[in-house]
Design a protein around this ligand. Structure first.
Ligand code: G6P
Ligand code: MN
Length: 443
């Protein structure tokens, strides 16, 4: 691994998140000296569109010292890499749409990462990411992989079974997005916060948020404010009703369970019937993203291709890119900044099985993640919810590696958004057909 002239490969280069990541790298080039960016994707058209957009960003911001490549060839992409940022979406938005709509057609939650939609995505995604990690092990085994490919706990569980020694951090931007949105809505500065949090990915709780400048735990007052009125969207996803709905549900969860600040994704487990009732099964989140971010990105590339005048890159990229670059910088400089990462438990939550993959605060340095032990047990409510979800996730990953229909059916039945084994079987059988060619064969 080098510390200057960094070569970064982006797996899933054609993703709409790429400009935000590139922007964050460029804006931090004093701490993160990138000299080569390679976009790797299996979708040539989207990868070439993104190459055009990134080239435009480099030229416009005066970074003519950064080399840019786009390729479909893994050997070319991953040879000589220092960092790999992975954001692949196996099956694209077309399959996300099926993960959402098929469960809904059975009256079940249809969501990208939660419920059986998340399990459907998981069985596709694991294979794709094992592929990427395998290439990196072959062509640049010392490179650090920063992964935010969903569904994250399933991915982390599968990768550590197959590549236990991979240099890899699994991270999700949801905790910082919640924190940033609260800080902006209620007039705090997130940079002063030390957050205590535990859970599985998209399935956890804050236990305190200490504000260094105010010198107190601000979580109780944040909960009070959230119960009075839901947060409004602060920047990224502005005007996006489905994110506003998520913040509304966060406040609703707090009305029932006001002691801890929850991850908003718990809405799917606490209020599955309300979520189903409120979802338009003909127009789900995948449709909104296709009509929004995906279309905007395509239009951006077209404008650049046609040499249009005026503002071409006109959207807010959110916290996502900055979070990843901060993590990479913390590895590079061994600076032990604190991030929520998805890690094997190994005692960090003392009364949860040690081989669970959990999301917890972690220091990050040259040796990778150094997780922080909580040193106190979690309560039975959270523990029970997490144990059921964790067992379901483990069964699903077993099902993936063993090609076992039985294990996958058990995983679906155990998922807390599913009311019966009958429903689990019906939806599983439909998803097997929809995912033909993506899922392993189940026997
Ligand atoms: C957050 C989560 C991601 C998730 C994304 C969905 O950033 O942490 O895991 O993929 O939201 O957002 P979208 O706008 O695609 O529905
Ligand atoms: Mn996430």
């Amino acid at each position: 691994m080098k510390f200057t002239d960094l070569h970064v490969a982006i797996a899933g280069g054609g993703s709409t998140y790429t400009p935000g990541i590139v922007q964050a790298m460029l804006h931090n080039s004093d701490r993160f000296p990138v000299s080569k960016i390679t976009l790797y994707d299996i979708d040539e058209e989207r990868n070439e569109d993104m190459k055009l957009i990134v080239k435009y960003m480099l030229e416009n911001d005066g970074y003519d010292n950064v080399e840019l490549n786009a390729t479909l060839d893994p050997e070319e992409a991953f040879t000589g890499c220092d960092f790999v940022f992975s954001q692949i979406r196996v099956g694209g938005m077309e399959m996300r749409e099926k993960d959402e709509k098929i469960p809904l057609s059975h009256g079940l939650v249809g969501q990208e990462t939660c419920g059986v939609g998340g399990f459907s995505y998981g069985l596709r995604s694991i294979k794709g990411l094992l592929g990427v990690v395998g290439y990196v092990q072959e062509y640049s085994p010392d490179a650090w992989i920063l992964n935010y490919t969903n569904p994250e706990t399933l991915i982390a569980e599968a990768i550590r079974r197959q590549f236990p020694n991979a240099h890899m951090l699994n991270a999700c931007d949801m905790t910082i997005s919640i924190e940033e949105t609260m800080a902006r809505n209620f007039g705090y500065d997130r940079k002063n916060w030390i957050a205590q949090y535990y859970g599985l990915n998209h399935f956890g709780w804050y236990t305190s948020i200490y504000d260094k400048s105010l010198q107190r735990d601000v979580m109780p007052e944040l909960i009070e404010k959230l119960r009075k009125a839901p947060m409004k969207i602060a920047s990224f996803n502005k005007g996006d009703q489905s994110w506003q709905d998520a913040w509304n549900k966060l406040s609703k969860i707090l009305d029932y369970f006001p002691d801890y600040l929850p991850n908003n994704y718990l809405e799917y487990y606490f209020f599955p019937d309300i979520v189903v009732e409120e979802t338009d099964s003909n127009h789900t989140r995948a449709n909104m993203v296709m009509d929004g971010r995906l279309k905007n990105t395509k239009e951006m590339a077209t404008k650049i291709r046609n040499k249009a005048e005026g503002e071409v890159l006109d959207f807010d990229f959110g916290e996502h890119g900055q979070y990843i670059v901060d993590m990479a910088t913390s590895i590079l400089n061994d600076s032990h900044e604190r991030f929520m990462l998805i890690q094997p438990n190994m005692g960090a939550i003392p009364n949860l099985r040690q081989d669970a993959v959990v999301e917890i605060p972690t220091y990050v340095g040259r040796l990778g993640a150094e997780p922080i032990s909580m040193r106190h047990p979690i309560n039975d409510f959270h523990k029970g919810l997490m144990e059921a979800q964790n067992a379901a996730e483990k069964l699903l990953v077993d099902g993936y590696f063993e090609g076992s229909y039985q294990k996958v059916l058990e995983a679906f039945t155990l998922n807390q958004t599913v009311p019966s084994a009958d429903k689990a079987k019906e939806v599983l059988d439909d998803l097997i057909i929809a995912n033909k060619g993506y899922w392993p064969e189940l026997h």
